[in-house]
Design a protein around this ligand. Structure first.
Ligand code: FES
Ligand code: FES
Length: 214
């Protein structure tokens, strides 16, 4: 009778010994580390006290005027103006599209100039005046650009619209709306996925030629 031939390799007794040795060394170094760590430090790490204690010191004081209202704020240095507006001040009219300065959905005015708020750090805006889409209307009276966008169907889904309107107002104020070509060029940083561009251009032209104060 032929003997069965096994495929499995013969067990190497040295391998088993090495694994047990590695395991022993791992366990003893963890135990040694814990033995030399003061008790309160272990407790603090478990409760994440270090982060809680450090948090207030990491924030920076900031004064801003947003839509004519003054704010005293405390922000982490990494916070963008867009996140400050949306998350701390709950002004969610300013939209987050790409978050990389490519779509213009987050456009606001800083000291009257259009800015992609996703690229602006909040701490750099200390003492500045910010206007968002919420600050354009005067109570129930819409801004002329808002009226014109409605009249010319300048939006479809509406997601890009706040940024488009803020850029459109700035475009006229900058004197960059004298022709259709100029409007298209100076509005090119604002992307509309719905393709409402011809209507947006028509709205801007109407406000520009209508002589209303923007
Ligand atoms: S969200 Fe700021 S440019 Fe797109
Ligand atoms: S209206 Fe929808 S993205 Fe512009």
């Amino acid at each position: 009778m032929a003997d069965e031939i096994s495929d499995s390799k013969p067990e190497n007794p040295k391998c088993g010994h090495d694994a047990a040795r590695r395991q022993f060394l791992k366990q003893s170094s963890v135990l040694t580390a814990l033995a030399f760590t003061p008790g309160p430090v272990v407790q603090a790490a478990a409760a994440e006290w270090d982060e809680k204690i450090a948090a207030p010191f990491e924030k920076v004081g900031l004064k801003l005027a947003v839509n004519g209202k003054s704010y005293k704020l405390s922000v982490e240095p990494r916070v963008t103006l867009l996140d400050l507006l949306r998350e701390q001040l709950h002004l969610t009219g300013t939209k987050k599209g790409c978050d990389y300065g490519q779509c213009g959905a987050c456009t606001v005015h800083v000291d009257g100039k259009r800015v992609n708020s996703c690229l602006a750090l909040a701490v750099m805006q200390d003492g500045r005046e910010i206007t968002t889409i919420e600050g354009l209307a005067k109570g129930d009276d819409l801004h002329p650009m808002q009226e014109a966008f409605i009249k010319h169907d300048g939006f479809q889904c509406g997601y890009c619209t706040p940024g488009q309107i803020m850029s459109a107002v700035a475009c006229i104020r900058e004197g960059k709306a004298d022709s259709e070509g100029e409007i298209r060029e100076f509005m090119s940083g604002n992307i509309c996925r719905c393709g409402a561009y011809p209507n947006i251009v028509a709205a801007i032209q109407e406000v520009k030629t209508g002589g209303q104060k923007v």
